[in-house]
Design a binder for this molecule. Sequence first.
Ligand code: ADP
Ligand code: MG
Length: 325
Amino acid sequence: MVKNLSQPAIEVSNLTKFYGNFKALDSVSFSVNAGWIYGYLGPNGAGKTTTILMLATVIRPTEGTATVGAYDIRKNPDKVRGLLGMVFQEPKMLWVSTPWDIVNWHAKVCGLSTEERKRRVKEVLEALDMWEHRRKNVHALSGGMRKRVELAKVLIQRPKIAIVDEPTAQIDVVGKHRIWNMLRQLREEGTTIILATNELYEADVLSDRVAIMHKGKLLVLDTPKKLKDNIPGGDVVDIQLEKETPQKIVEQLKKFKEVVNVLQVKPSNIRVYLNQVEEVVPRIMNLFMKENMPIASIHMSEPSLDDVFAHYTGLTIEEAQKGGE
Ligand SMILES: Nc1ncnc2c1ncn2[C@@H]1O[C@H](COP(=O)(O)OP(=O)(O)O)[C@@H](O)[C@H]1O
Ligand SMILES: [Mg+2]
């Protein structure tokens, strides 16, 4: 497959979706270049699946539209579907099938020769740790296993554009790494990938661009590195206290000129975004000592995408997750 890196593979303009009176997606626009893994990151309820279902022409936009390849999702849904490989968040499967039957059938539909089909189906099911489960009835599979069957289909299809909705949800760490490697390989082979996820690390390590979504809106969009570099207060300090942090201390910390933001992660855990960390940390420790608040531990780090999310929303993604469903 020829890569054309200059041409957008997907162009989304003012895409909006209402479910009744509720606006699940609010005028979202972005474009995805051919050859990218495009991370679509946000907590539950951000509008990721809604976007994906519109791109896959499963549901219709209320306003706005998108083009996939050369085709408009409203005008040419059949053509759009022809370009796509999909991993749905909640795969629907024939309940009488087995993983092997599903993947083998898919390989047939994709036009693989008998010989190649045999080889590829085995290769992909093995790579996804599904080979020993290939004869099980799908009703006996866990959610994570069903996800792997969906992924196997896309890996065999090698579509021009793949849209994967939370591909590693309910999958263990080893499995996650395997899937990440396979998604990278798929990109190398020329597939453009939209990756919807609520996992910060997954979005960070895989994506060429990350769009951060919250409550139906696209907050910010850039390379993971630039997103992290551009938040003011480039140093992050996590302070774990033995007791609940008094509000008074939070207010005092905010008065330091180097401190950009203070986030209460948990009652006894605050995160401080600041500049000139080496100079400020001793002063912070003095402040806590003066207030007779023993520090249990202190941890300095580079900003993560969670810090980017927090910068724009005032919440960690975990907190947003709780309020998002
Ligand atoms: N069919 C539906 N009817 C009504 N509300 C829906 C429907 N699907 C999703 N929603 C709501 O739309 C918002 C966005 O959901 P979704 O797109 O699934 O988010 P995400 O995939 O980011 O978790 C949520 O508040 C969700 O409850
Ligand atoms: Mg979703």
